[in-house]
Design a protein around this ligand. Structure first.
Ligand code: PLP
Length: 400
């Protein structure tokens, strides 16, 4: 007779969490109990009044009608890789050695790390930062070494902290610019200091620039790879700037001295070949996106600027909350001046008000501080309603 014992999952998955989706379960419970949800938890523009530009959709539909429905080459179709190369060159990215198209930037991140780090090796990653990096590093049985973003200095990367934490086991430094969850834009001097440190110590810089076109106040994005003589893998994709996260298309650009990256590029390509290809017809949308009309960005940024301003103003008016103004992306990471964990605050908030945000602890934060992340993609009226509810809830929470 067969034994019916529960299947034992791998130990490497034990500590993997993804706070952004974890709150969804709580939100569902609140909805089942009749609460109207105000969803400020997910960075998905298409849940609100943002739609994929039609010329990008048309290019994909046309590709499907033309039967580009088989597998594509493992690194992606030539015309999309050429469009990515041309854009990289225009942005001053030097010595591009390889371009690979993936299932979202998420897969590019997974592949770039998997081809680089061995169990027990270290990757420096920002704290607060995007939790996918922690999950992949854990999966690889490598070690994440968090470095601080300084809230007192508009969440700038603390380059002294980075320098102090590099050791012989360190292989890479992750930079997310603009950052998720803080929305902060790193100053060029900080970026230069990071690439110089990395080049001196022979480290790979993983530059996550998926929000590079979503900048406020006329700011200009400086690609990390444009400052570096060392090895950089730059991540980008269609999810954010092109309002198409459901296409699941992203890419990685490997740049740096040819003599340094040959084996690494081959390792990346072995992994890419093993998983066949990214979504083939969708890749025609990459060419349309990068080479076509970009006017959707102006409209999106006008809306997002109003929503950012309202977010920063209303949150800073709440007694017990302070909020650094984001310079890009569509997130803010307000600080809660409370003496209980932010997870407790967020659970109570969702249950009692239906306002869904993500606890700061899901992104990493300086010990002893409490935060939450809001995605300010919703229309102003929804945001206003949500911030009023947060204000009222915090008053009772602080008494409790
Ligand atoms: C910093 C950052 N990198 C990568 C991703 C994943 O992007 P994709 O949808 O292209 O997989 C996200 C998604 O929110 C993100 O915020």
């Amino acid at each position: 007779m067969s034994k019916r014992k529960p299947i034992r999952p791998s130990a490497r998955t034990a500590n993997i969490t993804y706070a952004v989706r974890d709150v969804v379960i709580l939100a569902q419970q609140a909805a089942d109990e009749g609460k109207d949800l105000l969803r400020l938890n997910i960075g998905d523009p298409n849940l609100f009044d943002f739609t994929t530009p039609p010329h990008i959709v048309d290019a994909v539909v046309e590709a499907m009608r033309s039967n580009h429905c088989g597998y594509s080459p493992s690194s992606g179709i030539a015309q999309a890789r050429q469009a990515i190369a041309a854009e990289a060159q225009g942005k001053g990215i030097r010595s591009v050695q390889d371009i690979f198209i993936t299932t979202g930037a998420s897969e590019a991140i997974d592949v770039a790390l998997s081809a680089l780090v061995n169990p027990g090796e270290k990757v420096l990653a920002p704290m607060p930062g995007y939790p996918l990096y922690s999950a992949v590093i854990q999966k690889l049985e490598a070690i994440e070494t968090p470095y601080h973003l300084d809230e007192d200095n508009s969440w700038q990367p603390d380059t002294d902290d980075i320098a102090a934490k590099i050791d012989d086991k360190t292989r890479a430094i992750v930079v997310i610019n603009p950052n998720n969850p803080t929305g902060s834009l790193a100053a060029p001097q900080a970026l230069q200091a990071i690439v110089d440190l990395a080049a001196r110590r022979g480290l790979v810089v993983l530059a996550d620039e998926i929000y590079d076109k979503l900048l406020f106040d006329g700011a200009r994005h400086v690609p990390l790879a444009s400052l570096s003589d060392g090895v950089v893998v730059t991540f980008n994709g269609l999810s954010k700037s092109y309002l198409a996260p459901g296409f699941r298309l992203g890419w990685g650009i490997v740049s740096g001295p040819a003599a340094m990256v040959g084996d690494y590029v081959e390792a990346i390509n072995k992994l890419l070949r093993a998983r066949l290809s990214a979504h083939h017809p969708g890749q025609y949308g990459i060419t349309a996106a990068l080479e076509g009309d970009h006017s959707h960005l102006q409209t999106a940024l006008e809306k997002l600027t109003r929503r950012r301003d309202l977010t920063v103003r209303m949150l800073n008016e709440i007694d017990g909350i302070s909020c650094v103004a984001p310079g890009g992306a569509f997130y803010a990471f307000p600080r809660l001046h409370i003496d209980r964990p932010d997870t407790e605050f967020v659970k109570g908030l969702i249950r009692q008000t239906g306002v869904v945000v993500v606890p700061g602890s899901g992104f990493g934060q300086k010990q002893g501080t409490q935060h939450f992340r809001v995605a300010f993609l919703a229309p102003e009226q929804t945001l206003q309603q949500a911030y009023r509810k947060i204000d009222a809830f915090l008053r009772t929470f602080r008494k409790g």
